[in-house]
Design a protein around this ligand. Structure first.
Ligand SMILES: Nc1ncnc2c1ncn2[C@@H]1O[C@H](COP(=O)(O)OP(=O)(O)OP(=O)(O)O)[C@@H](O)[C@H]1O
Ligand code: SF4
Ligand SMILES: [Mg+2]
Length: 328
């Protein structure tokens, strides 16, 4: 399987008045070309920061301590701001931000915003720009495109804004689209339509997605592969099918057990006790140890590495590396 992007050992802190926030602690992530790659975890675990790191769109107080982000064998972390803007953002890698509505400029019409996006990578006449924009809006199944062009963001529903954002991203024809919680602002029926739009895009344009969410049901619905994140680290990396069949990390097992599926009875649901630790002075060793039923002494001291324990199934847990319990 071809890898489009790889994050290796990414360590990123934020300098704050309260202290150092150790947001990403050696993140390893592989994005497979032509697939939906999911990134799941509880709130505050570092999902958005991981996506923003790829595009180098981090806040000024971010410090990258170490790591690599390899894209086409080039380390993006070594790219200047100018080079990121010219060669990567938009035309190679684009992102739908967590709060898509606020990413649209309220003072410009839909037409103007999309034309500006297209101008970033294509030279064309005024008439041609308009045609390209209409074509992009049709691709995301937006109705009545002609009248939509004249509208301002506040005149659109949440679902429409989301689609305009996607049309903007598509206008840039990125090889990789990072979608950060793209469905949270949408109601359930619009969510289903939206997911269908993304699936169609992947089929038609062979695009690659990094799909960020806190919702395992959404991962099940759309993703091919998934990385499970906990408190700034990837703890499990596996195909979605295998994740539900044979979750191995104690955190993932609880996560999977907490999802209500058609086959799950309410009494089978498991609550995950405790909450995600603060990332200022996080727990030493395995960051999950204060919440883990299987924690051993070593877990409080040594960070478990992400290791392939089964074919293409990676887990970061001391208790799995010993090979005595593979959760089967
Ligand atoms: N500029 C910043 N300064 C300090 N801490 C920050 C900054 N930006 C993010 N963080 C912290 O980094 C951690 C990871 O944040 P991130 O936004 O990536 O979480 P997330 O997994 O996307 O959560 P959510 O599901 O709520 O969107 C959080 O603890 C957050 O408070
Ligand atoms: S390393 Fe230890 S604390 Fe962490 S998940 Fe595994 S058993 Fe639990
Ligand atoms: Mg987020």
């Amino acid at each position: 399987m071809e890898e489009l992007l790889r994050i290796s050992e990414l360590k990123l802190n934020f300098n704050t008045e309260e202290g150092l926030v150790e947001a990403l602690d050696g993140v390893n992530l592989s994005i497979k070309k032509g697939f939906f790659n999911g990134l799941i975890g509880e709130t505050g675990c570092g999902k958005s920061i991981t996506g923003l790191s790829i595009l180098k769109l981090l806040d000024n107080n971010a410090i990258i301590e170490k790591g690599e982000i390899l894209y086409n064998n080039k380390n993006l972390l070594g790219f200047s701001e100018k080079r990121m803007q010219k060669e990567i953002r938009g035309n190679e890698i684009a992102m739908i931000f967590q709060d898509a509505g606020s990413s649209l400029n309220p003072v410009f019409t839909v037409q103007k915003q999309l034309e500006e996006a297209v101008k970033m990578y294509r030279k064309a006449s005024k008439k041609e720009y308009r045609e390209i924009v209409i074509e992009e809006l049709k691709k995301v199944s937006l109705p009545d495109v002609e009248s939509l062009l004249k509208k301002y963001p506040h005149q659109l529903s949440g679902g429409m804004k989301q689609r305009v954002m996607i049309a903007m991203m598509l206008a840039c024809k990125p090889a990789l689209l990072i979608a950060d919680e793209p469905t949270t602002a949408l109601d359930v029926s619009v969510q289903a339509q939206f997911i269908q739009v993304l699936k169609n895009l992947k089929e038609r344009f062979n695009m690659t997605f990094l799909y960020i969410t806190h919702d395992l049901a959404v991962v099940n619905e759309i993703c091919d592969f998934v990385s499970v994140m906990y408190a700034g680290r990837i703890v499990e990396d596996v195909s979605v099918r295998e994740l539900f069949k044979n979750p191995l990390h104690p955190y993932t097992i609880k996560l999977v057990n907490s999802v209500l599926t058609a086959e799950t009875r309410i009494e089978d649901l498991e609550e995950i006790p405790g909450s995600v630790p603060r990332l200022i002075n996080p727990p030493k060793g395995c960051r999950f140890h204060p919440r883990c039923d299987e924690a051993m002494e070593i877990c409080q001291e040594k960070i478990p590495e992400l290791i392939e324990v089964n074919n293409n199934h990676f887990v970061a847990c001391h208790n799995r590396l010993r090979g005595d319990d593979f959760g089967q």
